[in-house]
Design a protein around this ligand. Structure first.
Ligand code: TRP
Length: 453
């Protein structure tokens, strides 16, 4: 089975697919609103440091573990250590993929729903974010609307993954990622040419350090993780289809670069428009579905920009969703001998079903709560705030302490000899971050999520 395991067609295809996984709702929906809530430029500065000191080193480790073993997260740990404990780390990753995809698809569905609503003209009559908020309440409050679009989004995800690594994931990423970048460039130019855009740029560029506190640093750390799709083996799985001729370090740097670039571009596009309309940058999660529709409604040609914006979100969500499904599929294909089609149908189908109560959390099941959280909130919390940081912590510890340093270095030098010759200090710095900085900081994020700190 090892001989005919699937592979990326090219390094470029891998970079686009992995950047597609990283660039998602996290970049275009969450990053702008948490930056908005936490004061803009100063928060972005802290976030960039977090990406550099924990995101990048852990990303290299994840891709490397996948590439070295050419296996899904469970099989990868099994190939590197006899200890059963590490198998469960891989297994928790597969479980996190299962859980994240179930609710990610609900929000992904909304983005497609908003593309359609734009085309139907229902988004063009707002005078304020409050009015846009009322429509958002009506749409998300409808079980048919949320379930319908969850179904459509999920069907698209399965349609791509069933076609395989090269024919599905890589090919669709090569089409969708350039479209995504082009749309962002258009929206950024639109935003920057609006009268009053300079206030938005100032918000993103002039730091107000008073806004930075322990809490915002932890938010930045947690987000650095989520945005790079770390902690559950998504990058490990994508790395497992990578050739040993290519450098893991360069590839990881390119993924980090694209992910960060796209988050910042989304911030520019959104905040120039929000400030030009005199609206509140700290609107929170409603920034995208409530503030922006009001911005578009007041803009000449706003329908076109609204259409492009929600299409951008839908593409970003879809390229991330396929990576989540691929983790689960790769596990059943590698470890349990399933064929791809069967695994996509059965396990994709189960994830879809798990998504139903999440879709209903905004309407029929909004009163069904535990500790004040709906089903959607609970699944999101366990996966994003507990399983991901835990997985990331384990991956850093594994690569830093458990997997022998000689083996790590032999593995990472494959395809990257020149890099280590040119920058001999890189090894020491990388290990310093993997062994000490990342584990300590991730532990803080985890303790904070659990309410212990
Ligand atoms: N990185 C994606 C985003 O920014 C979310 C995501 C996709 C993800 N795959 C993941 C997060 C795997 C964690 C793990 O929206």
């Amino acid at each position: 089975m090892t001989q005919n395991r699937e592979k990326w067609g090219s390094k470029f295809g891998f970079i686009l697919a992995a950047a597609g996984s990283a660039v998602g709702l996290g970049n275009i929906w969450k990053f702008p609103y948490i930056a908005g809530e936490n004061g803009g430029a100063a928060f972005i500065f802290v976030y960039l440091i977090c990406i550099g000191i924990i995101g990048f080193p852990v990303l290299i480790a994840e891709v490397l573990i996948g590439r070295t073993t050419q296996r899904n997260p469970v099989g990868a740990f099994a190939a590197l250590t006899p200890s059963k404990m590490w198998l469960s780390v891989g297994f928790l990753g597969v479980l996190a993929g299962f859980m994240i995809l179930s609710f990610y698809s609900v929000i992904g569905g909304w983005t497609i729903g908003y593309v359609i609503e734009t085309l139907r003209g229902s988004l063009s009559n707002f005078h304020s974010p409050e009015e846009a908020g009322v429509l958002f309440g009506v749409l998300s409050g409808s079980a048919t609307w949320t379930l319908g679009y969850h179904t459509i989004f999920f069907a698209m995800t399965m349609f791509i993954v069933v076609r395989g690594v090269q024919g599905g994931i890589e090919k669709s990423s090569k089409i969708m990622m350039p479209i995504l970048l082009s749309i962002l460039v258009i929206l950024m130019i639109r935003g920057m040419t609006l009268p009053g855009a300079d206030k938005g740029l100032a918000f993103l560029l002039v730091p107000d350090w008073a806004k930075i506190n322990g809490q915002s640093i932890l938010i930045a750390l947690g987000h650095a993780f989520f945005t790079l799709s770390l902690g559950m083996g998504a990058m490990m799985t994508y790395g497992s289809y990578m050739s040993k001729k290519d450098s893991v370090i360069t590839a990881s740097a390119q993924i980090v670069f694209l992910d960060t670039l796209i988050a910042i571009m989304a911030g520019v596009a959104i905040f120039t428009a929000v400030f030009a309309s005199g609206l509140d940058p700290a609107a929170g999660p409603g920034l995208i579905f409530q503030t922006l529709p009001a911005v578009f409604a007041g803009m000449t040609g706003g329908v076109y920009f609204s259409f492009l914006f929600f299409l951008l979100l839908a593409i970003a969500a879809l390229t991330s969703a396929i990576s989540l499904l691929e983790v689960v599929v790769a596990y059943f294909v590698d470890e349990k001998g399933w064929n791809r089609k069967g695994a996509v149908m059965i396990f994709g189908g189960s994830i879809y079903l798990l998504g139903i109560p999440s879709a209903l959390s905004f309407n029929l099941m909004s009163d069904v709560t535990l500790f004040g959280k709906t089903f959607f909130d609970i699944v999101d919390f366990i996966a994003s705030n507990v399983l991901l940081p835990f997985g990331g912590l384990m991956i850093a510890i594994f690569a830093g302490w458990v997997w022998s340093r000689t083996s790590v270095m032999t593995a990472v030098k494959e395809g990257a000899e020149d890099l280590f010759e040119a920058y001999p200090w890189f090894e020491g710095v990388w290990f310093l971050f993997l062994r000490f900085v990342a584990p300590v900081l991730i532990t803080l994020v985890l303790l904070n999520s659990l309410g212990i700190m």
